[in-house]
Design a protein around this ligand. Structure first.
Ligand SMILES: O=P(O)(O)OC[C@@]1(O)O[C@H](CO)[C@@H](O)[C@@H]1O
Ligand SMILES: [Mn+2]
Length: 451
C-alpha cells in the first residue's frame, strides 16, 4: 500500500504497484502507469476547472444561452461534481442517458466492458482508453440533457485562447506559407518536396500544443516554427516522412487524390494542419483534403466543427493583412470543395481503430477511398495501435492489428506510455536521456503503414 496519506482514503483496492505489463491494454490499475496518474490526478483537475469556469462565467453564459441557463448551469455543475466523485472513488461506470445517436453504441460498449472476474467496469480497473473517453462523454451528457445548454462547450474559451496566444508564431508561419503558395508555379518537384517536409515537421510539432496534457494550462508558442524544427530533429525517434512524401508524389496531379486529415487539437496545431493542407492542394499533391473533426468537446483541446469555423473566421478578420489573406484563401478552398470538413461520431467513441470496420463501416469505406490518412496526435495513435503496451520494437503495421483502410501516416508527439516500431535498444537509450520520454511531448514519431 502506498504511503500517500490521501490514497488511504481512496478505495484503489486492487491497484497494483507495478507498471503496465507487456502486451496488455493501458489501465489505471497499474500504479506506475501514466493511466494511473491521469485517473488519480489529471482528470479530476480538468473536471474541477470546468466547474470553476462555469461558476466564474455564469453571467456570460446566461447572456449567451438565455436566463433559463442559470438553473441548468447549477444542475450541470452538480452532475459534473458527481462525475468527479464517481471517478475519484472508483465507482462502477453507469450507462449514458438520453437519445443522442451514439448512446446505443456507447451503452453496448459499456455493457461488454466487464473485468476479468465479470464485474462491472470501474474507473481504475477498466481500460484507460475506455474510462478516459467515457469521462468526456459523461461531461458532454451534462449539457446534452439540458434545454438551453445543448451546444455549450466547456473548453471553448481555452481552445480560442490557444490560438490567440500563438498569433506571434502564426504570423511568422503565415508569411512563409503565403509566399510559398502564391509562387506555386516556380517550384520544381525537389523544391516542393523540401517545402512539404518542412510543413510536415511543423505540423508534427504543432501537436505539442495539447491542453489535455497540460491540464488546461496555457501552452505558448513563441518561436519561429521553421527555425525550431531544425533544432528538434534529434527528438524524432522514427521518421518515415520520406515514405509519406513518396505516396503523395507518385499520385501527384492525378484526379481524385483524396487525403484524410484526422484532426487533433484546435489552436496552433489546427493552424499547422491548415498550412500543410494548403500545400497539398496547391501543389496538386491532393485534389481534396477532408478534415475529420470531433462531434463533441473532447480531451479539452480537440477540434469540433465550431472551432474549425471560428479559426478560419477570426483569422480572416485579422488586422494582419497576410494572415487575413491566407485565411480568405482557405475559405476559398472550403467554398471550392478542395477542402471538406467532416465530423464523424467514431472519433469520440471508446473503440480502437481496428474495430471501425464493424462499428462504422461507412466511415471505413470512405477512408478506403483516400490515398492517405494523416492521423494527428497521441490519443489517435493510442487508438490506432490498440492502446496496448507493446514491445517498443513491435512493427507499427502489426500494431494496427488489421486497421488498414488506406496508406496511413501517424504524426504524434509522445504523451502516453505506449510506443511501437522502434529499433532494438532505442527505447532504453531514450529512457536513459529522459525518464519522461514517453509522456512529456518532448519526443515524436512520424510513422507510416502502406496499404
Ligand atoms: O491526442 P493528444 O491531444 O495529442 O494528447 C492527448 C492526451 O493529452 O490525453 C491523454 C492523456 O490524458 C493522452 O493520450 C495524451 O496525453
Ligand atoms: Mn487532443
Amino acid at each position: 500500500m502506498s504511503n500517500d496519506p490521501n490514497e488511504s482514503e481512496m478505495p484503489y483496492d486492487s491497484c497494483e504497484d507495478i507498471g503496465t505489463p507487456l502486451n496488455v491494454q493501458l489501465c489505471a490499475k497499474y500504479k506506475r502507469s501514466f493511466a494511473y496518474i491521469t485517473m488519480k490526478d489529471r482528470l479530476p483537475i480538468i473536471l474541477t476547472q470546468v466547474i470553476d469556469h462555469m461558476s466564474r462565467e455564469k453571467e456570460n453564459i446566461v447572456n449567451e444561452y438565455g436566463k433559463g441557463a442559470l438553473e441548468e448551469l447549477k444542475i450541470a455543475i452538480g452532475k459534473i461534481s458527481k462525475l468527479k466523485n464517481e471517478l475519484q472513488t472508483n465507482k462502477p461506470l453507469i450507462l449514458l442517458e438520453g437519445n443522442a445517436s451514439d448512446v446505443t453504441i456507447w451503452n453496448a460498449f459499456l455493457k461488454q466492458l466487464k473485468d476479468e472476474e465479470g464485474n462491472d467496469p470501474r474507473w481504475f480497473h477498466s481500460a484507460w482508453l475506455a474510462t478516459e473517453c467515457y469521462m468526456y462523454r459523461r461531461l458532454r451528457e451534462a449539457f446534452e440533457l439540458t434545454d438551453t445548454l445543448t451546444s455549450f462547450d466547456p473548453f471553448r474559451s481555452k481552445k480560442q485562447a490557444a490560438l490567440l496566444d500563438s498569433l506571434g508564431t502564426i504570423n511568422v508561419l503565415c508569411t512563409y506559407v503565403k509566399r510559398l503558395v502564391e509562387q506555386q508555379n516556380c517550384h520544381c518537384s525537389t523544391d516542393i518536396k523540401n517545402e512539404f517536409m518542412k510543413l510536415l515537421y511543423v505540423d508534427l510539432w504543432g501537436n505539442r500544443c495539447d491542453l489535455s496534457l497540460s491540464g488546461g494550462e496555457k501552452v505558448l508558442m513563441e518561436e519561429d516554427p521553421l527555425q525550431k524544427i531544425g533544432q528538434l530533429t534529434e527528438y524524432i525517434l522514427i521518421d518515415e516522412a520520406e515514405k509519406v512524401w513518396n505516396t503523395l508524389a507518385v499520385n501527384r496531379e492525378k484526379s481524385d487524390v483524396i487525403v484524410d486529415m484526422v484532426l487533433d487539437n484546435a489552436g496552433y496545431e489546427l493552424y499547422t494542419d491548415l498550412c500543410l493542407a494548403d500545400l497539398l492542394v496547391t501543389f496538386s499533391l491532393a485534389s481534396q483534403v477532408r478534415f475529420r473533426a470531433k462531434v463533441l468537446p473532447w480531451y479539452v483541446s480537440d477540434v469540433c466543427i465550431p472551432d474549425f469555423q471560428w479559426t478560419l473566421q477570426i483569422l480572416s478578420n485579422s488586422e494582419n493583412s497576410e494572415v487575413s489573406a491566407l485565411a480568405n484563401r482557405w475559405l476559398g478552398h472550403m467554398k471550392s470543395g478542395k477542402w471538406v470538413l467532416c465530423a464523424d461520431e467514431f472519433w469520440t467513441l471508446p473503440h480502437v481503430f481496428n474495430q471501425m470496420q464493424n462499428v462504422d463501416p461507412t466511415l471505413y469505406q470512405e477512408l478506403s477511398n483516400a490515398v492517405l490518412m494523416i492521423i494527428k496526435g497521441d490519443l489517435n495513435y493510442r487508438k490506432l495501435t490498440g492502446d496496448i503496451n507493446w514491445e517498443p520494437t513491435k512493427p507499427f503495421s502489426e500494431a494496427l492489428s488489421g486497421f488498414r483502410p488506406t496508406n496511413i501516416a501517424a504524426l504524434r508527439t509522445l504523451k502516453a506510455d505506449t510506443i511501437c516500431g522502434l529499433l532494438a535498444g532505442q527505447a532504453e537509450d531514450t529512457a536513459a536521456k529522459s525518464s519522461e520520454w514517453l509522456i512529456s511531448g518532448q519526443y515524436a514519431v512520424v510513422q507510416y503503414s502502406s496499404l
